[in-house]
Write a protein of this length. Structure first.
Length: 222
């Protein structure tokens, strides 16, 4: 059992708010990056943000280190922090890894998941079917479907790697789902994957999930 904060040495207790603060700052920065308030390639003005949020630059710099590990921020010597830009090669490499890792997970789910877990994925898929004309809602449910499939597959290391890769993919200026008609195509691919999962056809689920990412890369111009 952990001692209460009041029982910790003063030096240790004083560290806790700082740790909580830099994680909160990291989340704020992610939001700014994902909603394009900070564009890929743009310089992050630490002094302005610290003043805007009423904080010192220490938690801001710690937050930038967290985002640098995630790949969202690039630190340049004597130039500061920049929002990472995705090259065509970056996009291709990330899609390749997602295709390999998520197709592997789809095969495992088809072969080993409980009926309740398959039903849960069906519920998420049915929600996607209703959101094909609501792009932002479709994005959210689509990511939830993929992440839930990974959770069901049960390899936490794979799930963590993919979660980080998916964060980086949000930097892509040419996201595949932005292309006209891609939402409907993606939904049709999801439908086929879902049917393979329900049929417990591991090989087909793996092949279809891999094709889903390959088609996504083609739509993104990769």
């Amino acid at each position: 059992m952990h001692p209460p904060v009041s029982a910790l040495p003063k030096a240790a207790a004083s560290m806790l708010p700082t740790r909580a603060l830099y994680m909160e700052v990291a989340e704020r920065l992610r939001e700014k990056i994902f909603n394009r308030a900070l564009e890929p390639g743009s310089w992050i003005d630490e002094q302005r943000l610290a003043a805007e949020w009423g904080i010192s630059r220490t938690p801001l710099r710690e937050a930038l280190k967290v985002l640098a590990v995630e790949g969202l921020v690039t630190m340049k010597l004597r130039r500061g922090a920049y929002v990472t830009e995705m090259s065509a090669q970056d996009v291709s490499q990330v899609y390749h890894l997602l295709a390999v890792l998520e197709s592997d997970a789809a095969a495992e789910v088809a072969a080993h998941a409980s009926d309740d877990h398959i039903a849960e994925l069906r519920t998420l898929h049915d929600k996607l079917e209703k959101q094909v004309k609501q792009r932002e809602s479709f994005f959210v449910t689509n990511e939830r479907f993929h992440m839930r499939l990974l959770e069901i597959a049960g390899n936490r290391w794979r799930t963590q790697i993919i979660a980080d890769l998916r964060k980086v993919m949000k930097l892509n200026r040419h996201h595949s789902l932005f292309k006209a008609g891609r939402l409907a195509e993606s939904l049709a691919e999801h439908r086929a994957v879902m049917q393979a999962l329900e049929a417990r056809d591991a090989a087909k689920a793996q092949r279809l999930m891999r094709a889903h990412f390959e088609n996504g890369l083609a739509a993104a111009g990769g």
